[in-house]
Design a protein around this ligand. Structure first.
Ligand SMILES: Cc1cc2nc3c(=O)[nH]c(=O)nc-3n(C[C@H](O)[C@H](O)[C@H](O)COP(=O)(O)OP(=O)(O)OC[C@H]3O[C@@H](n4cnc5c(N)ncnc54)[C@H](O)[C@@H]3O)c2cc1C
Length: 407
């Protein structure tokens, strides 16, 4: 029997899989596995979708990803959401609206032009447009009449992660997955069971026997890998010390006096997109905050981002900051996804990545196929997940010196 979702063959009901973490990645993996007929338990110590996924810019893109194979992986991620949306109430969360990017400095314009050239050569929808066309596409924005370069990426968009994750979790549950949250879902131990199995201990005192555990716990994956006694590191860019670069500031502002922007927009000063409830979601790469930044400094940054948006977006003059949050990108040390069975920890499969929103629909399809059939789904890249295995860090465990990419 072919599963209705994901194209993975059923007949795997006897394997017991536990997925840890109900962010966008874990929820998508659980939905794919359950739809394929696997017996799945999805665990989260919070309500689903309250980790990085909740505050993500959630831009679906492969706009500046290297090397080429990682670009292709992200491009496949964008297409995978387009395939899923019609079957998963996409109207509630899927926004394939396109993306406008403005560059004003000489260096910024040159970089944008070179990027558009490269992406076009790679078959990715991208073109430079003049300010008049940009104003037609997005009347809510003020573009400089001269001296700027504007690029249009019509294949990009964003998702609203909260309604999306709710639907992924509901999809998993409707195919028989058990979903446990709070203390019942908080994993406190991963101990070896018979053979290659794992015993998952929860804060509520339960012990779940699992043939395989898929750990999608975002920035907490290394902590859980350590619980399982893994010999192989899962190195992430530092996120908890002062000055760490993985945290970012998210600011949500409103209300808008007139019709607001409908596209995703990057200017040199601010990145923005519409959010639910008539709000705009704002970020800026130069907002230097971390988990230790004092509240008054966060408020000052939030006000600064609102001022920048007011200069760019019409109708924001009476807007105020509705919410702001420092949130952490789960960022692998070399910038690329870490996906696969963890050497030295039998029964433990890990999946942690930046750009997890872009990648979740596609990665979850690859992961579910690997765990259920042992093969890559038809039509996916021949290398599949091979370049992203955790074992690459057995030979080069050191984190990069450069800050994490912002895209
Ligand atoms: C500011 C910001 C902007 C971003 N912008 C983009 C973007 O534009 N496009 C894009 O594609 N990506 C973007 N990202 C990255 C993207 O949001 C993440 O890669 C993605 O959300 C990760 O999802 P996840 O499911 O792996 O992790 P998370 O959403 O963090 O979920 C992990 C879950 O694990 C649970 N958990 C942890 N420990 C335990 C435990 N012991 N027991 C049980 N449960 C546990 C947590 O409660 C959490 O729910 C951005 C991230 C940030 C922070």
């Amino acid at each position: 029997m072919m599963a209705a979702y994901g194209g993975v063959m059923a007949s795997v009901r006897s394997r017991r899989l536990v997925v840890i973490g109900a962010g966008v990645l874990g929820a998508a993996v659980a939905a794919r596995l359950a739809s394929a007929g696997t017996q799945v338990t999805l665990l989260d110590r919070d309500q689903p979708g309250r980790g990085a996924s909740r505050w993500s810019f959630a831009w679906l893109n492969s706009n500046d990803k290297a090397p080429r194979r990682y670009h292709d992986l992200n491009h496949a991620g964008i297409r995978a959401w387009a395939e899923l949306a019609p079957d998963l109430d996409g109207h509630a969360w899927y926004r394939p609206v396109g993306h406008l990017e403005l560059a004003t400095s000489v260096a910024g314009r040159a970089e944008l032009q070179a990027r558009v050239r490269r992406l076009t050569e790679w078959g990715y929808p991208a073109r430079l447009i003049d300010p008049a066309e940009a104003a037609e596409i997005e009347p809510a924005l003020r573009f400089p009449e001269s001296g700027g370069a504007v690029a249009w990426f019509p294949g990009e968009g964003y998702v609203l992660t909260e309604p999306l994750i709710a639907r992924l979790v509901a999809r998993a549950a409707s195919h028989g997955a058990d979903v446990l949250t709070g203390e019942q879902g908080r994993v406190t131990g991963l101990d070896p069971g018979p053979g290659e199995t794992l015993r998952v201990r929860t804060a509520a005192g339960a012990v779940l026997e699992a043939d395989e555990v898929v750990c999608c716990a975002g920035r907490w994956v290394p902590e859980l890998a350590t619980m399982a006694g893994a010999a192989c590191p899962v190195p992430l860019v530092d996120w908890d010390r002062p000055g760490a670069t993985a945290p970012g500031l998210v600011v949500r502002v409103g209300p808008l006096a007139s019709a607001g922007p409908v596209h995703l927009v990057h200017t040199p000063e601010v990145s923005l997109r519409p959010h639910s409830g008539g709000l705009l979601h704002l970020e800026a790469p130069d907002a230097a905050v971390d988990l230790h930044t004092p509240e008054p400094d966060l408020r000052r940054w939030a006000a600064a981002l609102l001022r920048r948006a007011q200069q760019t977006v019409r109708g924001l003059i009476d807007a105020r900051v509705e919410e702001f949050q420092v949130c952490v990108r789960p960022m692998p040390a070399d910038g690329q996804s870490i996906v696969g069975r963890l050497p030295g920890a039998p029964g433990l499969y890990v999946a942690v990545t930046h750009s997890g929103v872009t990648l979740a629909a596609h990665l979850s399809r690859l992961i579910a196929a690997e765990l259920t059939t042992g093969t890559a789904p038809a039509g996916t890249a021949p290398a599949g997940l091979a370049p992203y295995r955790p074992a690459r860090f057995l030979t080069s465990p050191s984190p990069p010196a450069s800050p994490p990419p912002s895209r």
